[in-house]
Design a protein around this ligand. Structure first.
Ligand code: EPU
Length: 338
């Protein structure tokens, strides 16, 4: 059992931040856990499971064990006339699963096309885009407890999914390995096209009919117009979550700022467009040296080359402060800050 030492994580996080892992290991299967966990426990150093590093900001070297999940495999478990259950290994690239769905005519995940990341990290933060959240299609999340290697299949309800949240960010943080995810997909077309701009893009590509490939391509086109490619400019997608506030606070703010942008009326609550709040504070298109705020989507902070994690963190704090000063709203980071 060999750990590599002092490994650069620069190519292993989409922000492209230079940071070193004191120890590094690539995990191909859950069986290997039994060999590495006792060593990690004995060292008393922290453990970090890493997928493709698309939602993490390293602000310093990681003085512990970075274990990157590289397990592979996507298979159909069972199928009937209307549904199909597909199991994907945690280390699979998210987009490989999307391709699998397109090839097999399985509906449900197409609006999540083009999201960087791995299958195993999708349930952790309940990835979502263009009117769909991954929780809508998750049947089971198969996990292994690092304390005793017991294995459980958590049901959708047990995962306690919420907006960019799940049990894996609270009670189970750092304590479990997500080994695979079982998705419940539809064999009958059922598209979600009502998020702003999606219908128009689908009609532009294919005016006469809608299919899985068209919707997936439409989503990718919209993303490409707004979101910088992390292979070209370092970022972790949205840095902050959209804040959710209650009716009383909403009324107070909209009285002062009638142009306030918000999305869904979630019962008694309102989800505000953090991008708008940040734009109103004058940050859109901001650039200083190698750090910046995207000019199309100001929720995205960027590393143009050799920014440090601390530079990005400082920028995020300044943005938080100005949104707090102007609107009285606390922006919460979406990314995992280490
Ligand atoms: N807006 C502005 N100014 C801007 C950009 C946007 O005011 O410069 C306002 C507009 O009113 C727009 C609204 O913000 O209608 C929403 O913008 P957008 O559709 O880009 O979505 P978002 O809420 O900013 C969320 C996700 C994205 C996901 C998009 C599309 C979060 C934190 N982010 O962004 O996810 O791609 O919706 O569904 O919920 C990610 O999590 O990394 C991510 C990119």
């Amino acid at each position: 059992m060999q750990f590599s030492e002092n490994v650069s994580l620069k190519s292993l996080n989409t922000f492209g931040i230079e940071a070193k892992a004191r120890f590094y290991y690539e995990l191909h299967s859950k069986q290997e856990l039994k060999e590495i966990i006792p060593i990690i426990d004995k060292s008393e150093k922290p453990l970090l499971f890493l997928g493709s590093g698309s939602n993490i900001l390293f602000t310093k070297d990681f003085d512990g064990y970075v274990v990157r999940i590289v397990s592979k495999g996507i298979r159909i478990i069972s199928t009937n006339e209307t549904e199909c259950f597909v199991e994907a290994a945690a280390g699979e690239e998210w987009d490989s699963l999307i391709q699998f769905c397109i090839q097999n005519n399985l509906y449900g995940l197409e609006n999540l096309s083009g999201i960087p990341g791995t299958v195993g990290s999708a349930p952790v933060q309940n990835i979502g885009a263009y009117g769909v959240e991954v929780k809508d299609c998750i049947h089971l999340v198969n996990i292994v407890m690092t304390s005793d290697f017991s294995e459980t299949g958590l049901t959708n309800k047990e995962c306690r999914f919420a907006y960019r949240d799940s049990i894996f960010k609270s009670r189970f943080q750092y304590r479990v390995l997500v080994d695979s995810v079982v998705f419940r997909l539809s064999r009958v077309p059922r598209f979600v096209l009502n998020y702003g701009g999606v219908t128009e893009e689908v009609e532009r590509i294919s005016p006469d009919s809608v299919d899985l490939k068209t919707v997936s391509q439409a989503i990718i086109n919209i993303r490409n117009r707004k979101i910088p490619d992390p292979k070209v400019i370092g970022s972790a997608g949205s840095f902050f979550k959209n804040p959710i506030i209650d009716q009383t606070r909403f009324n107070r703010i909209i009285n002062v700022f009638p142009d306030l942008k918000y999305f869904y009326d979630l019962g008694q609550n309102y989800k505000l467009a953090a991008a708008w709040l940040i734009e109103q504070c004058g940050w859109k298109g901001f650039r200083y040296g190698d750090i910046g705020v995207n000019e199309n989507q100001p929720l995205i902070l960027m590393n143009f080359g050799n920014a440090s994690g601390k530079d990005i963190l400082n920028l995020s704090r300044k943005i938080q402060q100005s949104v707090l000063d102007k609107f009285g709203i606390v922006l919460e980071p979406e990314v995992n800050i280490q």
